[in-house]
Structures are given as C-alpha cells and as structure tokens.
Write a protein that binds this ligand. Structure first.
Ligand code: C2E
Ligand code: MG
Ligand code: MG
Length: 522
C-alpha cells in the first residue's frame, strides 16, 4: 500500500476519530518536510554554483601564484610540484634516465641595476634574459623563474656531463650578450651551479640544495659553472656552521658574550734603533750591533669555539666580513685592545704601539670612528698607542671611502700601516693620499729571502719604494736570523715573526715584555 492509498483509506473512515486526526497531522508534517526538501535542493544548487565559482577563482589564483609576473615563466611553486612528479616518474626508471638541475643566478651587475635603474627597465631586461634562456632550452627541459635574480632549469634526457656543461656555457653566453635598451648596451653576467640526477640526489630537497651549493662555489670562484661534488657540500656546510656559530656567539651582541669565545693574542713587533743606548743588543755575523728601541705588538684575534677548538682568523674573518658581523667583532677588538693597553700601562710596562687589523667593511660602518674615539677616551690613551693595519687589497676595493675615513681617524692622531704589501692589487697610487706611516712586507716574501733571488729583488724593490715615499717598513714572517740579517742590512728596522716570538696570550706577552729577553737563545 502506497502513502496516498493509506491517506485515502483513513479519510474514508466514518466520523471524527483520534486516528483520523493523527494521520491527517502526520500527512501535513510529511508535506511540510517535502516542501522544505524542495527549497533545500534549490539552495543546494546555489551552493554548488558558488563552490564551482570559488574553485575556478582558486585555479586562476593558483595559476597566477605559480607564474612569475614579470617573465610569465612558472615560478618556484610550480617547480616544486613539477619536480615531485618528475622525480617519482624517474624513481620507477632505475637510473636509465638522467637529467640535471641548473641554478642560474645573475651576478652583482644585477644588484647594481636594481639600485640605479627604473623598475620597468629592470623588468624588461629580466624578460629578455628569460626569453634567451627559453630559446636555448627549447623542448629539452623547463625553465623556472624561481627568484627575482634566479632561474632554475630542469633538463631531462640522457645527456652526458659534457653536454650539460655545453648547455651551461651557452646559457651563460646568451645572458652575457649585451642587452640593448634605448640604444645603450647593458651588460649582465651570471654563474651556474649544476646537480645531476639521479647521482646527486633522488629527492627534491637534496637536489635543489646540491645545485645551490654548486652555484655558491661557482660564485665564490668567479667561474662560469660548477658541477656539484660531495666535497663542496662539506665546505658549504662548514661555512654555514661557522656562520651560525658566530651568530650564536654574538647573539646578544653583548661584549661579555663575545669575550667568552674570542680572545686576542699579541705578537711582538721589535723596533730597532741606530742610536746607542742602554738597551738589548742584536749582534750579526758581520760584527754589526743593533739596539732595540721599543717593542710593540700586533693584536691577532683567535676564536675558541666550544666544540671545534681554536679556529684561526683566516677561516672566520672572511665570513664575518661577508655577513657584516665583523662590525661588532671589530668594535669589540678595539675596546678590548684599548683596555689591555691601559692595564699594561698601569702596571708600568714599557710598550710600543699596538697594531690592530681593520677589515674594509669596518670603514663603511658609522659606528667605527665613534668606537675608536670612545675606546681611546675611556681608557685615557693617546693615539700613539695604536696603529691600524689595512691590507693593500682592501684599499683597491673602495679607495674613496677608505681615504675619507682614514683622515677622520687621523684627526684623532691615528696612523695606518699597509698590510700584506706586495700581495694584492697595487695601491701605490693611493698611498700618498693616506695617513700611512709604514708598509708591512708580506711574510711570503720574507720566508724565502735568504735563498731566493726573486724574493730578494721583490723585497729590495719594496724597500726602495717605501724610502722614495718616505714610509717606514715592518717585515713580518721573520723566522730565522738569516732573514733578520738580510732585512737589517737592506734598511728595515721593524720586525715581527716566529724568530722573536709567536703570537702570545695577553699574560704571556706581558711576561715577554717584562723579561726583556727578546732574542731567542742561540
Ligand atoms: P696579518 O695581519 O698579516 O697577520 C700576520 C699573520 O702572520 C698572523 O697570522 C701571524 O700569526 C702570522 N705570522 C707572523 N709571524 C709569522 C712567522 O714568522 N711565520 C709564520 N708562518 N706566520 C707568522 P694569523 O694570526 O693567523 O692571522 C691571519 C690573518 O687574519 C691576519 O694576517 C689578518 O689579516 C687576519 N686577522 C687576524 N686578526 C685579525 C683581527 O683582529 N681583525 C681582522 N680584521 N683581521 C685579523
Ligand atoms: Mg696584520
Ligand atoms: Mg700581514
């Protein structure tokens, strides 16, 4: 029996009955439910329509989110999802298919453009670069515009390493080909890092990281392209670890914190006079006698890493330079050395000037001149207590800023030494514009002085040049008496090197000064 038959049956019952009323009520309820269902269906339809619109909107957005606005190339979001697909397909292929990921990053010339060009022009150049890359890649792979100055290219197909390399060279040559902009030729350059798969990784994160590591190596070595190798990973990871450690050491930039891990060593600089007097004597084989006028020092930083032990400055100073951390470290060094000189003076020690190495980046810091002034004032030191060492190479980087800051410091009475002389780009054309007192002959020339004619010629030329410019000389790396004899006879009067002493902890340096036995027992 259907519902309507049941309804009819109940309605046909004679008279009024409770059952009749109940059934009638039930049917009315059912009708209401039916009506509600119809209107629910209608609103469901509306909801579905809205949902599909929303889906479309999302797809459009997604499309936009996955496309670089300037070049129209797929961006890093798309690259990530494409790579997942690609690699899972490859996993099934068991090494029969090969491919490579190219990381291509535009070099500093692009950053210069960013600060000098109108945004539209920059966008136009990026667009041109992207077009050129795409033309070379063609159907062999996909190009992604992953970051503003970075493109990632995934090449598939069974190509050899040599073929990948040839691709890389063509890519770079195309990027370097001048870009014509309103009649001007704009030059831009790039470096490329390559990771091959499957051998450099079967998983997205690792492959991308390895290509990035290779790119960093190419940038550091200033070469066109570098293929990933495991050794590179170690170098980069070590670099990152060091960087993190420096950051941690400086986390609060509190001087006490830095002082816990960093320590300053002092290496004596022996200054010789020709005046007679009551001071220690150096006698050479030829019978000549020389007196020591005073002993200064060079302050040399050491890093006592909590896990890695003593880390030499050559390993972490360049990093600190790169990250800008050299500014707080450098300020700490100046303060620390000043306090130390004050403490030695108060103890009555006779001490010549102390040299402090200054990195080029410190010259660009607004706090630098200020910290020197403060450090001297707080410790009641005259400018004669200090010398600042700058390397020849650092002068060549930005002579104008350097010269300006040097004179500002010279207003406080500070003089400079030029360090590692003879190893960098010649800075001679600037030297006469700077408050320079002495040139330091690099240790690499001094080491072989007694046996190598070429080194002798270089050293003699440096000495003649310094005389011509009215500058004094310090020789570093004096390890043997033969070096000392040669240099003394050639006219050098200041010496630093293992022959006299290695760099010493502050307390040992004080003992060295107190003992006044500056010459090694022979
Ligand atoms: P530099 O300024 O040329 O310092 C001289 C380097 O030669 C020191 O190395 C010193 O230990 C070493 N040396 C001196 N005499 C001899 C010798 O007879 N034989 C040999 N084999 N080596 C000798 P160190 O302390 O490892 O420093 C290396 C470089 O790190 C320094 O070269 C300097 O450029 C940089 N550096 C060190 N301390 C600081 C610092 O406080 N600030 C900055 N910015 N750089 C620093
Ligand atoms: Mg030095
Ligand atoms: Mg040096």
């Amino acid at each position: 029996m259907g519902l309507s038959e049941l309804k009819q049956l109940v309605e046909d019952l004679p008279g009024e009955s409770a059952l009749k009323r109940e059934v009638h009520g039930a049917f009315q309820h059912i009708r209401r439910l039916k009506d509600e269902k119809t209107s629910l269906n209608e609103s469901n339809q509306e909801l579905l329509r809205q949902l599909s619109e929303e889906r479309q909107r999302r797809e459009d957005l997604n499309q936009r989110v996955q496309i670089n606005r300037i070049t129209g190339l797929p961006n890093h979001h798309r690259m990530a999802s494409d790579m997942n697909e690609l690699l899972s397909a490859f996993r099934g292929e068991r090494d029969t298919h090969r491919g490579a990921i190219f990381f291509l990053r535009l070099d500093r010339s692009f950053q210069t453009m960013q600060s000098t060009m109108k945004p539209q022009m920059l966008e136009w150049i990026l667009y041109q670069v992207s077009q050129r890359i795409q033309e070379i890649i063609g159907d062999n792979g996909t190009v992604y515009h992953s970051r503003e100055n970075e493109f990632v290219i995934i090449l598939t197909g069974n190509l050899s390493k040599r073929e990948f390399s040839a691709f890389g060279s063509r890519l770079r040559a195309e990027v370097r080909r001048p870009h014509n902009l309103s009649g001007y030729n704009i030059h831009i350059d790039c470096h490329i890092g390559i990771a091959e798969f499957p051998q450099h990784g079967r998983e997205k994160g690792r492959l991308l990281q390895n290509a990035d590591i290779a790119l960093q190596a190419a940038e550091e070595r200033s070469v066109e392209l570098v293929f990933f190798e495991e050794d590179l990973r170690e170098q980069v990871v070590e670099k990152m670890e060091l960087q993190n450690s420096i950051l941690r050491a400086l986390e609060q930039q509190a001087i006490v914190e830095i002082g816990k891990q960093f320590e300053i060593y002092y290496q004596p600089i022996i200054n010789i006079t020709e005046d007679p007097g009551e001071s220690p004597m150096i006698r050479l084989e030829d019978g000549s006698g020389w007196r020591i006028s005073d002993v200064g020092a060079e302050a040399l930083i050491r890093w006592n890493h909590p896990n890695k032990g003593l880390i030499p400055p050559d390993r972490f100073i360049p990093l600190a330079e790169e990250t800008g951390l050299i500014i707080p470290i450098g300020n700490w060094i100046i303060y620390n050395v000043s306090e130390q000189i004050r403490a030695w003076r108060d103890k009555g020690l006779e001490l010549g000037p102390v040299s402090v190495n200054i990195s080029p980046r410190q010259f660009h810091s607004e706090t630098f001149v200020h910290s020197v002034r403060n450090a001297m004032a707080n410790n009641r030191l005259s400018s004669e207590s200090f010398r600042f060492e700058i390397t020849e190479t650092s002068i060549a980087q930005d002579p104008e800023t350097m010269i300006k800051t040097m004179w500002e410091l010279h207003d406080e009475g500070v003089y400079f030494y030029i360090d590692d002389f003879g190893t960098g780009y010649s800075s001679l054309s600037y030297v006469h514009q700077m408050p320079v007192k002495k040139i330091k002959i690099d240790k690499s020339f001094v080491f072989q002085l007694h046996e190598d004619k070429r080194e002798q010629t270089i050293v003699r030329t440096i000495i003649a040049m310094a005389k011509e410019l009215g500058l004094g000389l310090v020789a570093e790396g004096v390890e043997e008496k033969a070096h000392l004899s040669y240099l003394l006879q050639a006219g050098v009067r200041s010496f630093q090197g293992y022959y006299f002493s290695r760099p010493l902890q502050a307390a040992h340096f004080a003992s060295f000064l107190e003992a006044k036995s500056y010459l090694p027992d022979e």
